[in-house]
Design a protein. Structure first.
Ligand code: BGC
Ligand code: CA
Length: 248
């Protein structure tokens, strides 16, 4: 009995002494994520409300669906938030996610989505139910509950078909798709309507048909709802970093 009591106390002591060091490590890594200086990677921040802020670097890629060297140093943003209400994946079906990078120059935002999708399907009727990637832009970062003139939603399917939201103008959007092992790449050019050089609202969405002919999952960078197409209040933030502000 006494021995058991001794071991229980010893075990508890070990757990209690381990706990603070885990917490310290966790908060340390969060603090270093939030350091204001921009790094080559891992430069994304998340505020206390879970809103993410990423960075677009200055540069002009060739939009051909191939990954030029200019993308190499751009920090990646993962669409690792799943829209739970839209999840109908069954056992053995996997969510499709993308790594998103953004560049900008005077008048444009460029987005590169490297999508992992183990079963590419264009079976569904609607573009957003097919394997596809969407970009949401809120140029004045008003995060409004409906789309204003400066807001836009653009989409490209894995088959390369472009579409946009009801109040967006498809003329402002061009994209190219390449199929790669285990997925596809979407490279897009978005014409901005206002003068850039500041923070804008931004999100990216990956729609996935697991092969059933209907959408089984949605993965996003920031917003965890399926409402971004009509309300921008849960959109993330993208800083258009000026060339002089980039620190390697
Ligand atoms: C949403 C769909 C919606 C569509 C309209 C997508 O982002 O996920 O549910 O019908 O936008 O454009
Ligand atoms: Ca798929």
């Amino acid at each position: 009995m006494n021995m058991l009591k001794y071991f229980t106390i010893a075990l508890l002591a070990t757990v209690v002494s381990a706990a603070p060091s885990l917490a310290q490590d966790g908060s340390k890594s969060r603090e270093s994520d939030q350091s204001g200086s921009q790094k080559k990677d891992g430069a994304m921040q998340t505020d206390d409300n879970g809103v993410r802020e990423g960075k677009a670097l200055f540069g002009t890629p060739v939009v051909d669906g191939k990954i030029d060297d200019i993308w190499k140093n751009v920090p990646a943003m993962m669409t690792d938030r799943q829209v739970e209400d839209e999840n109908s994946l069954t056992d053995g079906q996997t969510i499709s996610r993308a790594s998103i990078k953004c560049l900008w120059d005077d008048g444009h935002l460029y987005c590169l989505a490297e999508v992992k999708d183990d079963n590419i399907s264009g079976e569904a009727y609607e573009d957003w139910d097919q394997d596809s990637v969407e970009f949401f832009i809120d140029e004045n970062m008003a995060k409004s509950g409906s789309y204003d003139d400066d807001d836009a939603q653009y989409r490209t399917t894995a088959a390369g078909v472009e579409s946009c939201g009801e109040s967006s103008n498809g003329d402002n959007y061009t994209s190219k798709v390449s199929k790669v092992d285990g997925g596809y790449i979407v490279e897009a050019s978005i014409k901005l309507k206002t003068k850039a050089g500041k923070k804008i609202g931004f999100d990216a969405q990956v729609n996935n048909d697991p092969g059933s002919g209907s959408r089984g999952s949605i993965a996003k960078w920031n917003d965890t709802t399926n409402e971004t197409y009509q309300s921008l209040d849960d959109i993330g933030v993208l800083e258009l970093v000026k060339p002089s502000e980039f620190v390697e």
